[in-house]
Design a protein around this ligand. Structure first.
Ligand code: SF4
Length: 76
């Protein structure tokens, strides 16, 4: 899965939301998040993010971000 990280805070762009083929972006409190179970790992959103906030969970120490994204995508 891909996850949104804190570079997203205060970013006003939604290019990532528009390109996602499965519509798995959600609004968090002050940033967007990706539902980790709905993301199909296509990677299309990553280069669209001008803030470089979208990272694959295969990078080190991403477990907390995965849980953060899950929490806020299931909150509403
Ligand atoms: Fe959507 Fe693909 Fe990005 Fe996952 S990797 S959030 S499916 S665009």
């Amino acid at each position: 899965t891909y996850v949104v990280t804190d570079n997203c805070i205060a970013c006003k762009y939604t290019d990532c939301v528009e390109v996602c083929p499965v519509d798995c972006f959600y609004e968090g409190e002050n940033m967007l998040v990706i539902h980790p179970d709905e993301c199909i790992d296509c990677g299309v959103c990553e280069p669209e993010c001008p803030a470089d906030a979208i990272r694959p969970d295969t990078e080190p120490d991403m477990e907390e971000w995965v849980e953060f994204n899950r929490k806020y995508s299931e909150m509403w």
